[in-house]
Design a protein. Structure first.
Lengths: 317, 623
């Protein structure tokens, strides 16, 4: 594509930021994710008032207060159902749900699974740090067996969940993983996730410098092994996570299988980037199949009030 | 002494195995009666079971208005032996019922299958009439006329129609009206079935006319054609569904649960026609939170559930309240509790739960509907309250209303007005100092519609400042608590009295009955009978449970000479609310917690007993 001059941005980066005091701990990985979200909105030039950010509970849940868009800071584990309702009411809004790993894979696991099935056109970003930070460092669903962070009395005797594997099974149509402290890559992933038509799921490795003394930024950087533990998936020329023909089950299974295998590579080589993408009809589109007016207008703009119910009484006569 | 209703009504019951088609037969029968200008009230009892267990449908009809049933049966139509004698033979321990023969009134009749070859002595009744009809033989006769002789096994489901036809002939009702009702039920591709069923009715009617001279004591006659008012036959779930469509419902969420599901399914079927979105969620936590998300975006959103589902909604309910969401409206169809309880039976045991649905202090509105008309206006108005006061609202309903059929005039929509409350109109598209939770004297802050420039806000389930950001500041906390709670006073001031309570009968009476919800029909019909005991009776029906009209109710109860509380629960939950709000204890109580609705005779007998010297508190159970 020929280089063209970048058109002037209508909305400044500053317009996506609020003046609310950010009360995360110094060095928290959340800052990287917050900044990436703001930059992604800025890059996409989505008018701030056309965005709804929906969060769960925990440190990550505070994110909407720091992004100057419409924001609902909801309940522990319930960001996705609230986001679903918001999107159904006004599908022309950009809806981004955020939450922690305990929020999404623990208390909200049912919604994590079923939102993947539903495939509304929205984005879900999980701040995955392996601990429940706000309640002072208990093990989260992603903390692996045998691991013991500093506030845990004993090592975990449960396996950690593999969120990408669950997402593949649940039916998410865009699955990615990022790293909170690699803002440049993370912005690009968030932009892609928002641009994807369907529910995009982005798991983000996030450091909790206060409570997770195992998955530190030094650990991710691989200071102990002399190389980074994060492996860019797109550095491998054979990496091709996008399904070309959604009707071709062989291709779907083959790409899901490769994504699954990659998601199980742990230890010293953690893949980051796009794991899987497929274009399937969204829930919004299928609703519009039933209610054609939704193709042009969101529910909020339809003339729903004082509908003529005479035919309904006629049926009962 | 009988009332006009009790003299002229006919209580017809069809019983059979679940899945055996009693619903279709009873609803066709009800329609035929409605078309003849009669008033009909029909209620169904069934098990939480797909196929096989005993269910029965009772259709009470009269040429005068009827809104309740009696335990007596005038004509019993049995599709199987269990409907006659119960299941004690198969279930030695705790049989689930003892059949319906013992409920048949003297002079009443029983239609049953002659092939069961029951010795008449087994009925142990010499005051009733037995009409054994060979269902198969009669069906075969009908099929022969269509050239389908020898196929009665294939059309076994039509045995119901044979039984129905026999019973209609016995009560002397206009068979043409029944044919009309049958033809309307089987339209289009099912038209062939319509004619088969018509012939089955004719064959059955011919059979009883040929074999039986004596008729049951009660008859039903259609009104002369010119006196027949066109009425509708409507169930509670339909009245609620239609009101919600009228009110502008945009999103309904639900998780399948008895007895609430029928309402959502009704709405879903109307979705394309009315641009309505109905979502089956993964659980009730998701249901309520989806509805809250949608309400915050500015559409009217509702969820429909029963007790077990509402238990899961507790957390979301508090979230809606603290974030001042304009809704959702929760339609709580009560069933027998606690826990899974009696999934397909009725009860009024979720009142205190609806009043205390979540932790912490917060404002919400609870309205309890007593009949079809109230369910209709309450369902409509609840959305106005949700928008106007930015609170979650509970419409408290019952299984009994959900599945009962009532004849009704078309419900009046002319007085229904939409009120979406205060919506923020941005003074400029830039930041302009908008505060979503601005402190106001009446507690109501204009709500911005997300998507609008200049209205951006955040809100949170944490305590928050007027801009919706988290704060644990002391002064703000106090101001916010007051701001939210004062909305209850605003609502109490503005909500019209007709939604708060209704005093039926004279302002002052010798006896005041106190109740709520769908006991209304049985109480109103029962009052007429109690008045024949020689004293005046009125009925104080409580409707708005929160904010509770404490002053008005206290004044009315202080005036009551004798009061009897009537509730379908174990503990007298309305009695507890009245005592909490007014200090008045209602000691005379008629309670019922067997999962079945109050019959009219239970009201009458229970009230008499509660006023007797013997006891103050009565538990009734006839079913």
């Amino acid at each position: 594509m020929p280089e063209t001059a970048t058109p002037p941005k209508k909305f400044s980066l500053q317009e996506y930021k609020t003046e609310v005091h950010v009360d995360w701990c110094p060095g928290c990985g959340d800052f990287g994710i917050l900044s990436s979200i703001q930059q992604a909105f800025f890059q996409l030039q989505i008018p701030p008032h056309r965005i709804a950010m929906i969060s769960g509970i925990g440190c990550s849940g505070k994110t909407p207060h720091y992004v100057d868009t419409y924001g609902l800071h909801t309940l522990h584990g319930r960001a996705l159902p609230v986001a679903t309702g918001a999107k159904l009411a006004n599908h022309q809004l950009t809806v981004v749900a955020v939450g922690g790993d305990g929020d999404g894979y623990g208390i909200g696991a049912g919604y994590f699974v079923n939102s993947g099935r539903r495939n509304l056109d929205m984005t879900y970003i999980v701040f995955n740090n392996g601990v429940y930070g706000l309640t002072k460092g208990q093990a989260s669903p992603t903390l692996g067996k045998g691991l013991q962070t500093k506030s845990m009395p004993d090592p975990s005797i449960q396996e950690g969940i593999n969120p990408l594997a669950v997402a593949l099974g649940a039916g998410y149509t865009w699955i990615g993983r990022g790293y909170a402290l690699d803002v440049k890559s993370l912005v690009s992933l968030i932009v892609q996730a928002i641009q994807h038509k369907g529910t995009s799921f982005l798991d983000v490795f996030q450091t909790c410098p206060v409570y997770n003394d195992l998955r530190t930024k030094e650990w991710y950087a691989g200071e102990d092994i002399g190389r980074t533990r994060l492996r860019r998936l797109d550095a491998d020329a054979s990496w091709d996570p996008v399904v070309k023909d959604p009707a071709n089950l062989d291709e779907v299974v083959q790409k899901k299988t490769r994504a699954l295998q990659t998601s199980y590579e742990t230890g010293d080589s953690l893949g980051v980037g796009l794991f899987y993408k497929i274009d399937l009809p969204t829930y919004d589109e299928q609703l519009a199949g039933k209610v054609p007016a939704l193709k042009e207008h969101p529910l909020i703009d339809l003339p729903l009030y004082q509908r003529d119910v005479t035919p309904l009484f006629d049926e009962l006569a | 002494m009988p009332t006009e209703l009790s003299r002229r009504e006919l209580s017809w019951v069809i019983g059979g195995p679940q899945g055996g088609g009693i619903n279709a037969s009873a609803e066709i029968y009800a329609k035929a009666l409605t078309r003849g200008g009669l008033h009909v009230f029909a209620n169904i009892e069934f098990h939480s079971n797909i196929m096989g267990k005993h269910s029965y449908y009772r259709v009470t009809a009269a040429p005068v208005p009827v809104r309740s049933h009696v335990d007596e049966i005038h004509v019993l139509v049995a599709l199987d032996q269990e409907s006659l004698f119960g299941d004690a033979l198969e279930r030695k321990h705790y049989p689930s019922h003892t059949g319906h023969v013992h409920q048949v009134a003297p002079g009443g009749g029983i239609v049953y299958d002659a092939d069961l070859k029951i010795d008449p002595a087994q009925f142990q009744r010499d005051d009733i009439r037995l009409y054994p009809v060979p269902y198969f033989e009669v069906l075969e006769e009908a099929l022969k006329q269509l050239g389908k002789g020898g196929q009665s096994r294939k059309y076994i489901v039509m045995r119901n129609t044979v039984a129905l036809g026999a019973s209609v002939a016995l009560i002397g009702y206009d068979e043409d009206l029944l044919f009309e009702a049958i033809r309307e039920s089987f339209k289009g591709r099912k038209a062939e079935a319509a004619e088969m069923n018509v012939l089955a009715v004719k064959a059955a009617a011919d059979y009883v006319r040929a074999h039986y001279q004596e008729r049951p004591a009660r008859k039903l006659t259609a009104l002369p054609a010119e006196q027949r008012k066109p009425r509708i036959l409507i169930k509670g779930v339909q009245a609620v569904g239609i009101a919600k469509i009228k009110a502008g419902l945009g999103l309904q969420t639900y998780y399948p649960i008895s007895p609430a599901t029928d309402e959502s399914v009704y709405l879903e079927a109307k979705g394309p026609q009315y641009q309505l979105t109905v979502v089956q969620a993964e659980d009730e936590i998701a249901s309520i939170n989806m509805a809250i998300g949608a309400a915050h975006m500015g559409i009217r959103a509702a969820t429909s559930t029963a007790g077990p589902g509402f238990a899961l909604m507790s957390e979301g309910f508090g979230f809606a309240a603290i974030t001042e969401a304009p809704g959702p409206v929760v339609f709580l169809w009560q069933r027998g509790g606690p826990s899974t309880g009696l999934p397909t039976r009725t009860e009024q045991a979720d009142l205190q739960f609806a009043l205390h649905p979540a932790h912490g202090d917060f404002p919400h509105i609870v309205i309890a509907s007593g009949d079809i008309e109230e369910a209709f206006v309450d369902s409509f108005e609840s959305f106005n309250w949700a928008d106007r006061y930015q609170v979650p609202v509970i419409v408290l309903l019952e299984k009994f209303l959900a599945s009962s059929l009532f004849t009704s005039d078309r419900l009046d929509t002319s007085k229904l007005k939409i009120d979406r409350g205060l919506v923020y109109q941005p003074v400029s598209p830039e930041k302009n100092g908008y505060r979503r939770h601005a402190i106001t004297p009446d507690g109501i802050s204009p709500r911005a519609l997300p998507g609008t420039a200049g209205g951006i806000f955040s809100t949170t389930s944490d305590e928050h400042d007027p801009e919706g950001h988290i704060t644990e500041g002391i002064d703000n906390r106090i101001a916010m608590m007051r701001k939210r709670m004062v909305k209850l006073q605003t609502a109490a001031r503005e909500i019209p009295e007709s939604f708060k309570f209704k005093l039926h009968g004279p302002r002052r009476a010798d006896l005041t009955l106190v109740g709520w919800g769908t006991t209304k029909g049985a109480i109103l019909d029962g009052m007429t009978e109690l008045e024949l005991d020689g004293f005046s009776v009125n009925f104080l029906q409580l409707r708005l449970m929160r904010p509770f009209p404490a002053q008005e109710i206290e004044a009315l109860l202080r005036d009551a000479k004798r009061a009897v509380l009537i509730e379908a629960n174990y503990s007298g939950q309305l009695g507890a609310l009245i005592r909490e709000q007014t200090g008045i204890a209602l000691d005379h109580r008629v309670l019922k917690y067997d999962g079945r609705p109050f019959s009219r005779n239970e009201i009458v007998e229970g009230v008499r007993e509660a006023l007797s010297e013997r006891t103050k508190e009565v538990m009734v159970s006839h079913a």
